[in-house]
Design a protein around this ligand. Sequence first.
Ligand code: IPM
Ligand code: MG
Length: 358
Amino acid sequence: MNYKIAVIPGDGIGPEVIAQTTRVLDEVGKKYGHTFDFTEVLAGGCAIDAVGECLPKETVDICRQSDAVLLGAVGGPKWDDMPGKERPEMALLGLRGQLGLFANLRPAMLFEELADACPLKPELVSGGLDIVVVRELTGGIYFGEKGIKETEKGTAAYDVEEYSEMEVRRIAKVAFDMAMKRGRKVTSVDKANVLESSRLWRRVVTEVSKDYPEVELNHFYVDNAAMQLVRGPKQFDVIVTSNIFGDILSDEASQVTGSIGMLPSASLATGNFGMYEPVHGSAPDIAGQDIANPMATILSAAMMLRYSFGLLEEADAIEAAVKKVLADGHRTADIAKDGEDVIGTARCGDLIVAAIQG
Ligand code: IPM
Ligand code: MG
């Protein structure tokens, strides 16, 4: 098969980690008889520099005409002083909104080989961690009404948290479907003791759960969920939550695994279309030095093969290749301990390509 992939290298280390990822995909294509057509497009700070806006219409059009989108990272200090609406990060929100990417899957897993990078006591994580945060991505406070107004108390600013039944139902279904393929447990996170939007969230998630009798559902308030993630992370399988709670809890969950530089993500629309990117950011301080870890982006490509293209064996092959490189003792600087073999970005790509060739 032939697949069209829109590629957004972006800023900072984005282009370097993307370069290794397209190499890995080409190798997978060669081995399994597929071709991947990459079309590079601009978004983020580099788009601001080149054409004066962070998300050119051409980028969105090409993404829409593609089977999936692969993104490196956007943003950097160069654009930090720009007004909120023009910042590189707005490209992400624009892509999510305009491409209808309502379901954000953020797996937080502990790589056995990197277990001692986990900041929690070994007994809390023995046997490994495998959590997926399913974050609603196109609603809630990120996309609600916002504004600035003059009041008696001076200037005030507001952002509205609003969810419809439809929005909650569709993300809940994604979470329950995912749980059916995993540990059959969904934890829904809200703040229903305070927020009306959370009470609706909880009611709709509970309704959806009736269609999944094999899946255990529990509800946590977000403050308790944040605490439980460090107190007993093994109790979680699938966590489903709103846009802003998911933003916060997915960072926490990834840090709990100790391998934030290793974690991929998928942002899915209805159907098979999705955008795939590493959880880490553009890391401008290490850009251009061939030291960034490309594994999170390469693992994001594996998610793309699995979720958008249904190429399960090929996705497994990428994940196995990454694990082999780790098992062989190779480490990029971010995950290396004293005495370990430190490799650069391109060398890491070489080793993963070689592992795929087998
Ligand atoms: C994320 C990021 C983004 C978000 C920012 C950069 C807009 O933190 O993807 O988690 O808040 O969604
Ligand atoms: Mg975030």
